[in-house]
Write a protein that binds this ligand. Structure first.
Ligand code: BDR
Ligand code: CA
Length: 306
C-alpha cells in the first residue's frame, strides 16, 4: 500500500482526492494550505473529511498566506465560499493538531522514509519546509504535484497560470528548484481526463455516505463547469492522487526542466517548460501527459463506494 502525506487546500476536488487516498493508501497526515479559500475554511474542511472517512488522520494547519505577495484571487466561484460547496456541514469532531504543517512535514518525513508527498494546493508549506531543511527532498520517496499548465493553457486571471502555481509562484519556484525530480500533473492533462457527466452522476447516486457527501459538495462546481460549457467532470486533484497511488496508471510522460515565472506582467505564475532542451538543465519534472482513464475511473468509483 502507498504511504502518503497530503498537502492540500480542500476544495472540492481535493475532497475527492482525500477520499481516494483513504480508500487506496495509508494516509499519515493532511497538511493544510490556503488557496481555494482561506486557511480557516480549508482546515475545517479537512477535519470534515477526516470525520467522513472515520480514520484518525491528523490535520496540521499551515501557512495562511503565500510567501511574498498576497493572493489576487481565490476560487470561491468554483468551490463555494466555504470551499465545500456551501452545504452547511456541522462543526467537525476531528481536531487540528498543535504542530504546524511545515514542522509536521519535516517530522513525518524523518520518521518514515517511505512517504510519497502529494501536493494538491499552493506550494507554500512545502517551500517553507524545504527552506528550513534542504535535505527534505532526499527523504521523500516521491513528490507528486498538481499544478501548472505546460503549454500555457491556464485557468486564472493570468492567462498561462494555473491556480495552485499562480497563487504562490515564489513557493512553486522554491519547490521546483529544490526537488530534483517530481511528478507534475498539470491543468492540461486534467482537462484531457475529465469524466463523462452522466456516468459520474451514476457513481454519486449509490447511497454510500461518501458518494452522497461528494454529490452535495460538487453541486456548485458542477454548475460552474456547465456554465463554462464544460460537459465533463474535471477532477484535477483526483488525477494527481491517482498518479500518487498507482504510478503505473501513467501511459505517457515527458521529462523536462520546468521553471516558474515570478515577474511577468501578464504571465506571473506561469510554468515555463524547456520543451526543446535549450537550457541544458537536467529535467526536474516528470510531466504526466496521459493516464489510463478506465483505471482512473475505477479508483474514483471505489473511493465513492460505487
Ligand atoms: C487546482 O486549483 C484548485 O482550485 C483545485 O483544487 C486544484 O488543486 C486546479 O487548478
Ligand atoms: Ca487543490
Amino acid at each position: 500500500k502507498p504511504q502518503l502525506l497530503i498537502d492540500t487546500d480542500p476544495g472540492v476536488d481535493d475532497a475527492l482526492a482525500i477520499l481516494m487516498a483513504h480508500a487506496h493508501a495509508d494516509v499519515h497526515g493532511l497538511t493544510i494550505a490556503a488557496g481555494n479559500v482561506g486557511l480557516g475554511h480549508t482546515v475545517r474542511n479537512a477535519r470534515t473529511l477526516v470525520d467522513l472517512v472515520g480514520m484518525p488522520t491528523p490535520v496540521f494547519a499551515g501557512c495562511p498566506t503565500p510567501l511574498v505577495r498576497l493572493p489576487e484571487e481565490d476560487a470561491v466561484h468554483v468551490h463555494g465560499t466555504d470551499g465545500l460547496g456551501d452545504v452547511g456541514f456541522p462543526e467537525p469532531k476531528a481536531m487540528t493538531s498543535d504542530e504546524h504543517a511545515v514542522q509536521a512535514i519535516l517530522r513525518l518525513t524523518r520518521e518514515r522514509p517511505d512517504l510519497t508527498l502529494v501536493a494538491l494546493g499552493p506550494l507554500t508549506n512545502l517551500a517553507l519546509a524545504v527552506r528550513l531543511d534542504p535535505s527534505l527532498p532526499q527523504r521523500v520517496k516521491r513528490l507528486v504535484i498538481m499544478g501548472g499548465a505546460v503549454t500555457g493553457l491556464g485557468n486564472t486571471g493570468n492567462i498561462p497560470a494555473e491556480f495552485n502555481i499562480g497563487f504562490d509562484p515564489e513557493a512553486a519556484h522554491v519547490v521546483f528548484e529544490a526537488f530534483p525530480s517530481f511528478d507534475l500533473v498539470d491543468w492540461e492533462v486534467v482537462l484531457r481526463h475529465a469524466f463523462d457527466q452522466l456516468e459520474f452522476d451514476g457513481w454519486v447516486a449509490t447511497g454510500d455516505q461518501r458518494a452522497t457527501f461528494f454529490e452535495q459538495v460538487f453541486r456548485t462546481a458542477r454548475a460552474f463547469n456547465l456554465k463554462r460549457g464544460r460537459r465533463g467532470v474535471i477532477a484535477a486533484d483526483a488525477l494527481a492522487m491517482a498518479v500518487a497511488i498507482d504510478p503505473a496508471i501513467v501511459t505517457r510522460m515527458e521529462e523536462r526542466h520546468v521553471a516558474v515565472e515570478m515577474d511577468g506582467r501578464l504571465t506571473r505564475g506561469a510554468t515555463v517548460v524547456d520543451w526543446s532542451h535549450r537550457l541544458g538543465r537536467a529535467p526536474n519534472a516528470r510531466i504526466v501527459m496521459e493516464v489510463d482513464q478506465a483505471r482512473f475511473g475505477a479508483m474514483v468509483r471505489r473511493a465513492l463506494g460505487a
